[in-house]
Every structure is written in C-alpha cells, then in structure tokens.
Design a protein around this ligand. Structure first.
Ligand code: SF4
Ligand code: SF4
Length: 128
C-alpha cells in the first residue's frame, strides 16, 4: 500500500498543476456568470418586483430621490431571479465576485442604489 501511494505521488510530480493561483490570477468566467448586480437607475421604475421575487429577502426598495433597490449581498445567493424578473431590464449581472465583496464588516455588504449603479467606487474596484 505504501509503495503504491508513493508511485502515485511520484507520477503527479510530472503532471501539470490543476490548482489556480487565486487570488493573484483571477479565474476566466463565462459570459453568463452571475456576480455582483449592476443597476441602471434610468431604467428602474422602483416597482419592487425584484424585492418581491428575491427568495432570500435580500432586496429592499429604498428612497434615493426616487425608489430603487438596495441589495444586502450578505444574504444574496446570486440566483439571478431579480435580474430575470425585472420588467425594465434595469438589473444586470457582472463578473465581480471577490475583492469588492470580501469584507470583515458585514454592514459594508449592504449595497445602496448608488453603489449598485456604480455612482460611488466599489472597494477594491480595478484590482481584479
Ligand atoms: S430593478 Fe427592476 S424590478 Fe427592481 S424596482 Fe427597479 S424596475 Fe422594478
Ligand atoms: S440574485 Fe437572487 S438572492 Fe440575490 S438579490 Fe437577486 S433574487 Fe435575491
């Protein structure tokens, strides 16, 4: 058994690595990847369908001059239902999934409409 395991280990020395140098090298993501949502405020009518659709109650409709969704990313499972159900196509998905979202403070995971619309820079934006 020991010899068998040693042979197996030695064989892997010459095989290419299957691990990735994450987070130094970000993964290639498919076009349909569901990452952090992006809000187009011009399209949004504040109807609240996204909030009613969300299975995790991660979306609240808040007032920011008009009514817009705010998303608690700490509760979001990135299912994409809010995007699919939006009648205005105001929400879309991006490939952001790490540096802008990883935090020690869960309160920073509440993404306001301004953050979703990228009117304010996201933490770590541009690093990825
Ligand atoms: S993002 Fe879409 S579904 Fe959500 S409030 Fe705006 S228009 Fe309605
Ligand atoms: S992606 Fe899914 S869980 Fe996240 S806010 Fe949208 S509906 Fe809710």
């Amino acid at each position: 058994m020991v010899i068998k395991n040693m042979i197996r280990a030695l064989k892997t020395v010459y095989t290419p690595s299957v691990t990735r140098l994450y987070p130094d090298l970000p993964s290639d993501l498919p076009d349909r990847f569901r990452g952090l949502q992006k809000l187009d405020k011009d399209k949004c009518i504040g109807c609240g369908i996204c909030a009613n659709t969300c299975p995790n109650n991660a979306i609240k409709i808040v007032r920011d001059r008009r009514w817009f969704p705010a998303i608690d990313i700490g509760h979001c499972m990135f299912c994409g239902l809010c995007i699919d159900q939006c009648p205005q196509e105001a929400l879309s998905s991006t490939k952001i999934y790490t540096k802008e979202l990883v935090t020690w403070d869960r309160h920073t995971l509440l993404f306001t409409p301004a953050m979703l619309a990228r009117e304010v820079p996201l933490k770590g934006e541009g690093d990825e």
